[in-house]
Design a protein around this ligand. Structure first.
Ligand code: BGP
Length: 461
């Protein structure tokens, strides 16, 4: 059967500054929380490999963009590093960074690859973290100024901006579950960080609109559809709570301009509401986006809690649900994430039916696999599992589009095997294999498959 996609469909992949640039400590760049944390606790990183040793895009940008071209990408998302552009987070702009991002953007355009730019992909400048990070409203203002600087410097050529990548992840990682710096476990502080991130997003959108920059502005959210174990009301309620806390806490403000009333009521009931100012509602209303990026990796399966909450235990999202390991579910054993392709369709239908069918695209989807060298045949990784992963997701995406969902493209995570936060190079996601010693790049079978799909704007199966 042939699956054809609408005209001008965006085919490409995504990456981020910190995960690809390398050179995290030179060329005028300021440090991020990742550089700092790595220095403090290198053992938290797989094989002790830190952000200084990512895939050398800072030097090899030109050759890497050639590879994008070979993969027939018509678009590519990466991020600007705040601490490379403004080393102290606020104040002076680093001219070497301006020159670097100018070259990258110009070369992408010259090769016919539309640049999509994210302003914040988990890489908080250390100077900003030292004054409290997202807990401090001064950092919200500093971020808005940084965003405006990017629009002024690059807004004549970048037409698709994203304020944040997966803003819930630094909240979960840094303030709830200890997988990002500053390794705090405290719901109230997490709620403040999430709230200030929404304010920062809205400030940036305001600045974008006030400056009448060309193009559009959006955000990239990782949406994890929440499925209850059963239709039993207690299980359904558990799924509703998980959805509220992990999806709708960002989705509703950016699409509807306000928080869901039941989320506010819930936080109020448990005395976890962050401090708000009277002017915040108008600001949040101004944060409505033009374009939503959806990162989809895995669903969340939940059930009602097996045991009553201990009211003396610290308040956590898990007060409302237990996770549920559905028997027979398909897993990616390396990353420990469930693979559930219809989830991509469910997300699109939810956006269509409950949020007015916003302009959106799949901004990340991917499969991290360990030791892919074992699949080398004639010098090339034959990653049939990845081709199957992508095509199965694309089939569901195609169904969504044929039923009227406003999905404009599909970007894979990721272009080249890159450095993954604490997992470093453990799981490989790329269309292009990276030898981390020689830095040699070799296109995998999935890269060839994707290049053909993009060229034909369709695939057969
Ligand atoms: C997303 C991030 C990416 C990327 C990807 C894969 O959440 O936006 O930066 O890393 O997940 O996950 P991981 O690297 O943790 O395996």
């Amino acid at each position: 059967m042939k699956y054809a996609f609408p005209e001008n469909f965006w085919w490409g992949s995504a990456a981020s500054a910190l995960q690809t640039e390398g050179e995290s400590q030179g060329n005028g760049k300021g440090l991020t929380t990742w550089d700092h944390w790595f220095k403090e606790q290198p053992n938290r990183f797989h094989n002790g490999v830190g952000p200084q040793n990512t895939s050398t895009f800072y030097q090899n940008w030109k050759a890497d963009i050639q590879l994008l071209k070979q993969l027939n990408h018509n678009s590519f998302r990466t991020s600007i590093s705040w601490s490379r552009l403004i080393p102290e987070g606020i104040g002076e702009v680093n001219p070497e960074a301006v020159a670097f991002y100018n070259q990258v953007i110009d070369e992408l355009l010259a090769q016919g690859v539309t640049p999509f730019m994210t302003l914040f992909h988990f890489d908080m400048p250390m100077a900003m973290q030292e004054i409290g990070g997202w807990e401090n409203r001064d950092v919200v203002a500093a971020y808005a100024r940084y965003a405006e600087t990017c629009f002024e410097l690059f807004g004549d050529r970048v037409m698709h901006w994203f304020t944040f990548n997966e803003p819930i992840v630094p909240v979960e990682g840094g303030y709830l579950y200890d997988f990002h710096y500053p390794n705090v476990v405290d719901f109230r502080r997490a709620a403040t960080v999430a709230y200030h991130t929404v304010l920062a997003h809205s400030q940036a959108v305001r600045a974008f609109r006030a400056g009448h920059f060309a193009g559009e502005i959006g955000i990239v959210l990782n949406l994890t559809p929440s499925y209850p174990r059963s239709q039993n009301p207690a299980d359904v309620k558990a799924a509703h709570h998980a959805d509220l806390l992990f999806n709708r806490s960002f989705l509703d403000p950016v699409l509807s301009g306000e928080y869901p009333a039941d989320l506010v009521a819930l936080l109020k009931a448990y005395d976890q509401l962050p401090a708000c100012r009277p002017e915040d509602s108008a600001l949040i209303a101004d944060g409505k986006i033009d374009l939503l990026g959806v990162n989809y990796y895995q669903p969340r399966r939940v059930k009602a809690r097996d045991s009553a909450v201990n009211p003396l235990a610290p308040f956590m999202p898990e007060w409302f649900f237990d996770s549920y390991e559905m028997p027979g579910r398909k897993m990616n054993p390396y990353r420990g994430w469930e693979i559930y392709e219809p989830g991509i369709y469910d997300i699109l239908v939810n956006l269509r039916d409950n949020y007015g069918n916003p302009r959106c695209f799949i901004s990340e989807n991917g499969m991290g696999v360990e030791n892919e060298q074992r699949f080398i045949e004639d010098g090339q990784i034959n990653d049939q599992y990845r081709i199957e992963f992508i095509s199965e997701h694309l089939k569901w995406l195609h169904k969504g589009i044929s039923e009227g969902c406003n999905c404009l493209g599909y970007h894979m995570w990721t272009f080249i095997d890159n450095w993954s936060w604490c997992n470093a190079y453990k799981n490989r996601y790329g269309f292009v294999q990276l030898d981390i010693i020689t830095q040699q790049r070799t296109i995998k079978k999935s890269g060839e498959w994707f290049a053909a799909t993009s060229l034909n704007n369709s695939f057969d199966i």
